[in-house]
Design a binder for this molecule. Structure first.
Ligand code: B12
Ligand code: SF4
Length: 474
């Protein structure tokens, strides 16, 4: 039995400049299969790293001759490239079993199986155990109804088997399967964040989130729970990636830092590993978690944490409340200040385009961003991703104007607000970037900053035509 995982050719998210990320979800699944499905051969084809286009992909599938082809969308905007990948596999050999998974296909399992005949099976939610059971039983179609966590077609109908319970202890997972992409390791990078020649790796420290923001799909995907690897295990994985694959810029994929002493303990464990100073790491965080953990920020900085993406989201308390975010605009001000005081790059994310947004409220958001003055600001448009509450509400009310999934990337406007058309929301996004990065004093300060990361980001924002690309969208 051979399983070929394919990371399809994907468009980059242009507002972050140029990058090539390792296909973390599938190398994680591949490593789990190797450990738990004896005799199964695992291969990973990363089309982006190997410069494989659609025609070459066909040849690669032919020469690999797999029994199963599996692919992940990561985000909704990649739906069609996954479907095309599985279609290509079927074209090579219609007996290949095609499997899709990840957040988008989990949330749309019924619609996706109705719409895309090239998908045989969708693995919903956590993939490791479900995929392993599927692979072990792949030659016996009669076993499918017993496999928890899958959706598939049977007798002209779409069947959704019951959900599978989650893995209790994430420390039991194997280390991420970077060996499966070892020939591409030196190519993974995030130019704007760490430089073109710095090796970039992702590491997963936890799954899910205890919060329930309306615009986020994460908490629903992980069955409304939050589980974390131990601090020791997280530091071990960082060390493993650094020592074995030369990784120097590490993105911890967690969406929140977690409660209690956890994040400080992670810092202690990383410091104990005595990795070189040029091994740095990044994490996304809630503003209130930064406030709660202010005492340990110096220790985190010492452990190599040099960049934090803060979910600031909005400048109006009423909007934050409608998002069920559970923070205040003042929390954002304090969090940015604390990060800067600790020499940690403060990156803020804002969301525009909620139902009550007007030209005036978005203008106030721009003023707030200006006053907050993070080292780097990113603005996104509220997007009805299948699996978030915004999607359910928007669908119920008929607000969705654009049903092309490839536009669901928080850069394209998908729906209007009560007072702004979809096109006007798009224009407001451009104005946000132009107002933040167009200011001469900020631009000058950024390009000539003593902080290397800030210089790099401002250089990217001013030379890569990102603002022009945003203008071309309306
Ligand atoms: C790192 C990251 C990125 C990185 C790159 C990652 C990469 N490898 O390409 C960058 C910065 C480039 C990025 C960009 C974007 N991202 Co992003 N990103 C993440 C993040 C933080 C981690 C992803 C990860 O590796 N998770 C760990 C792995 C193990 O989890 P997983 O992929 O879900 O896989 C598990 C299961 O879902 C399942 N599974 C998944 N796929 C498959 C496939 C098969 C066959 C099977 C069997 C099972 C299976 O099994 C896996 C193990 O259990 C997630 C949030 C998160 N914590 O997951 C957001 C997230 C995936 N991103 C998101 C979004 C929206 C985007 C962007 C559109 C921009 C944005 N606004 O952030 C762009 C899209 C770019 C593009 N064209 O692909 C959303 C997706 C929402 C959605 N439904 O679309 C997420 C969930 C963030 C959020 N909280 O909303 N992202
Ligand atoms: S936005 Fe962040 S804090 Fe809110 S539910 Fe999603 S992951 Fe959790």
């Amino acid at each position: 039995m051979k399983v070929l995982f394919i990371e399809p050719p994907k468009d980059i998210w242009f507002v972050m400049g140029e990058y090539l990320p390792p296909p973390y979800g599938i190398i994680q699944l591949g490593a789990y299969l190797e450990k738990n499905a004896e005799g199964v051969e695992v291969e990973v084809l990363d089309c982006n790293a190997e410069h494989v286009d659609w025609k070459d992909m066909e040849k690669r599938i032919e020469s690999s001759n797999p029994d199963i082809v599996a692919s992940s969308s990561l985000a909704t905007c990649n739906t069609y490239v996954v479907v095309r990948t599985l279609e290509t596999a079927k074209k090579v050999n219609s007996d290949i079993i095609t499997v899709a998974g990840g957040q988008h296909f989990t949330a749309t399992s019924q619609e996706s199986l109705e719409e895309y005949p090239e998908i045989d099976v969708i693995v919903r939610g956590e993939g490791e155990r479900t995929l392993t059971e599927l692979v072990k039983n792949a030659s016996n179609k009669r076993a499918l109804p017993k496999i928890e966590g899958i959706s598939f077609r049977h007798g002209g109908k779409i069947v959704h088997n019951p959900a599978r319970p989650l893995i209790e202890n994430l420390d039991e997972l194997p280390y991420p399967g970077y060996h499966l992409v070892k020939n591409s390791i030196s190519k993974y990078h995030f130019a704007a964040m760490a430089g073109r020649d710095v090796r970039f790796a992702l590491i997963e420290g936890g799954r899910g989130c205890p919060h329930k923001c309306t615009f986020c799909t994460q908490w629903q995907h992980w069955q409304r729970t939050w589980r974390a690897k131990s601090p020791q295990r997280i530091a071990d994985e960082m060390e493993f990636c650094h020592r074995n694959f030369g990784s120097e810029f590490i993105w911890l994929t967690d969406d929140n830092l977690g409660a209690g002493s956890r994040i400080g303990d992670i810092a202690d464990e990383i410091i104990k590993r005595k990795m070189p100073d040029d091994v740095t790491w990044f994490v996304q965080a809630r503003c209130d978690d930064i406030l709660r953990n202010k005492e340990v920020l110096p220790k985190l900085r010492k452990s190599g944490l040099n960049w934090v993406l803060l979910g600031v989201e909005n400048s109006e308390l009423s909007t934050l409340e409608s998002f069920k975010k559970g923070i205040t605009p003042d929390d954002a001000k304090t969090a940015v200040k604390l990060l800067k005081e600790n020499d940690i790059f403060a990156h803020a994310m804002f969301i525009i385009g909620n139902r009550k947004d007007t030209k005036e409220s978005i203008s106030r958001l721009r003023e707030f961003a200006d006053e907050l003055d993070p080292d780097f600001a990113m603005f996104g448009i509220l997007t009805p991703f299948p699996g978030n509450e915004v999607y359910d509400e928007a669908k119920r009310n008929g607000w969705i104007e654009d049903t092309n999934w490839s536009h669901y990337d928080m850069v394209h406007a998908i729906m209007p607000t009560e007072t702004l058309s979809t096109k006007e929301v798009q224009e407001e996004l451009y104005k946000c970037y132009r107002s933040f990065y167009g200011s001469w004093s900020r631009r000058f300060g950024g390009i000539f900053s003593s902080n290397e990361m800030k210089r790099r980001i401002f250089w990217y924002m001013s030379t890569r035509g990102i603002i022009d690309q945003l203008k071309a969208l309306f």
